[in-house]
Design a protein around this ligand. Structure first.
Ligand SMILES: Cc1cc2nc3c(=O)[nH]c(=O)nc-3n(C[C@H](O)[C@H](O)[C@H](O)COP(=O)(O)OP(=O)(O)OC[C@H]3O[C@@H](n4cnc5c(N)ncnc54)[C@H](O)[C@@H]3O)c2cc1C
Length: 465
């Protein structure tokens, strides 16, 4: 049995590891178009900031570890075409030649590519690029290009286009490196994946660290700045009401989201769904014979929403594992995402799981959302922090639908979000969260955990009067 994985990141490598784990005799080949298998691209901001001191440290596993697990790695090799009927994959090899690889089962893990928004100066024959200090960010190659700009051009300032989680992590990273950062976001508040009430707290943290945050500001053009300015690049944008905004900077980073990389699968006849991602069933089958797909290139089965597109590393790992198991004849199911995510912004963290109020309403629930502040541990013990918690539950059934948290990075924001994720996964009511037997000692918690205090507040506010 020869199993071929296309893609050497979270999904492809997870599939390969699972296949080898289940059958140490399986012949497993991973084809990837760059030379960086199994690198944690989630860690890129911390390498750029200098907190991770060498790019090699971002590897989840070294090439030697992967080869020791029994997989063959074909680096710098691009998959060009899938011959579905003949079970063959045409690739361009590192040397530039073409080669045909036969397979019994194929797992597509081609991931996502950064969106290049329609900003003048970003595309076309005269487009500005890394050599000019204008960057997108997704791969290790993109990272090396950013680092070259930082080390060779020693920029003093940066404009970041986009204030999603990667934009925020990069604002943190570039500020830590000593750059003056301006963040431009066309939506009314930063981190639009959480409610604006929490986005405003993130905004305040950025501002307190010296980041100039311009929300409601749509970038229109990036160009070379006229001589004598405060940076080598010029960014022109329109603020609310059409007011022109211009900033000069030495580096511009455009991070406005990703789109699934699906050309190869689509050419082979795979169906595309939400946001153009490959349609798969919960067993990660594409519907094409013997072809599975996983990670950022596929639609996401969501436990509350059904099919959506939610590209995340945690999901890619799980889906890859399912694909690897099923490629070997298994019948594993991807249990579904809740979109659980967390981001650190300087000393604060913001997280969410499940649905926000408007998402729940659109999905047919009767949502109620409440906001509560609670201490992460007993306030009499030094170092306590207030956490802001927004709970969304269904009025009709009392079911917990979503939770969002914001607080100090030492306040266990991620793990408290995971309590909510676990409760939502199991279909618990908000009231039942109050009954969970959670741990307590004054330096680390309270007799009622902050999550339970927030759940109690939701129950109090929705109780029929
Ligand atoms: C800066 C940054 C921070 C992030 N932080 C987080 C985080 O904190 N938490 C989180 O959950 N997620 C995070 N993510 C998202 C997460 O990294 C992705 O969801 C995850 O890496 C997706 O994995 P993947 O294997 O599906 O795809 P990708 O990582 O996109 O990898 C695709 C792979 O396919 C290869 N490939 C593509 N086309 C071909 C071809 N034709 N032939 C051969 N090879 C090909 C590529 O070379 C690559 O190896 C972050 C992403 C970035 C960029």
């Amino acid at each position: 049995m020869h199993v071929v994985m296309i893609g050497g990141s979270d999904a492809g490598i997870s599939a390969a590891l699972r296949a080898r784990e289940l059958d140490p005799a399986a012949d497993v080949t991973v084809v990837l178009e760059d030379a960086y298998p199994n690198f944690s691209i989630c860690g890129i901001p911390y390498y750029v900031s200098g907190e991770v001191t060498h790019w090699r440290n971002l590897a989840h596993r070294t090439t030697a570890d992967l080869e020791a697990a029994g997989m063959r790695l074909r680096t710098d090799t691009t998959a060009r075409r899938i011959d579905v009927a003949g079970r063959k994959l045409l690739v361009t090899t590192a040397g530039g030649g073409e080669e045909v690889l036969g397979y019994d089962k194929l797992v597509i893990g081609t991931g996502a590519v950064p969106v290049r928004p329609p900003i003048t100066g970003l595309s076309g024959p005269d487009a500005l690029g890394p050599a000019d200090g204008v960057h997108l960010l997704h791969s290790m190659g993109d990272t090396f290009a950013v680092m070259r700009t930082l080390e060779e051009a020693t920029p003093a300032s940066a404009v970041i286009v986009g204030a999603g989680y990667i934009g925020l992590e990069m604002a943190d990273a570039l500020t830590v490196r000593g750059l003056c950062v301006t963040q431009m976001e066309q939506l009314p508040e930063v981190l639009p994946t959480v409610d604006p009430q929490l986005g405003a707290l993130v905004h305040a943290e950025l501002a307190s660290r010296g980041v100039e945050v311009l929300t409601g500001t749509a970038v229109q053009a990036i160009s070379t700045a006229p001589p004598g300015g405060s940076g080598r690049l010029q960014v022109q944008a329109a603020a609310a009401g059409g007011t022109a905004v211009t900033r000069q900077a030495d580096l511009v980073l455009v991070v406005v989201g990703v789109r699934p990389e699906t050309a190869l699968a689509a050419d082979a006849g795979a169906a595309l769904g939400s946001k153009g991602a490959i349609v798969v069933d919960t067993g990660m089958r594409t519907g094409l014979p013997d072809i599975y797909a996983a990670g950022d290139c596929v639609i996401t089965h969501h436990r509350l929403l059904g099919e959506t597109y939610l590209p995340l590393g945690t999901t890619a790992h799980k889906q890859g594992r399912v694909a690897g198991e099923n490629a070997l004849g298994g019948n594993r199911q991807f249990a579904g995402s809740l979109g659980t995510q967390v981001v650190k912004i300087f000393d604060q963290a913001a997280a969410r799981t499940g649905l926000r109020d408007h998402e729940a309403a659109a999905a047919g629930y009767d949502p109620v959302t409440t906001e509560t502040r609670a201490d992460d541990h007993k306030a009499y013990y030094p170092g306590s922090h207030r956490i802001t918690i927004r709970v969304t539950g269904d009025r009709a059934t009392g079911r917990l639908l979503g939770m969002q948290l914001f607080g100090h990075k030492d306040a266990e924001i991620a793990k408290r979000t995971d309590i909510a994720a676990t409760a939502i996964y199991h279909g618990m009511t908000v009231d039942a969260v109050c009954d969970l037997d959670l741990s307590y000692t004054p330096p680390l918690g309270s007799p009622w955990d902050a999550v339970q205090i927030a759940a109690q507040a939701w129950v109090r506010q929705t109780r029929p009067r």
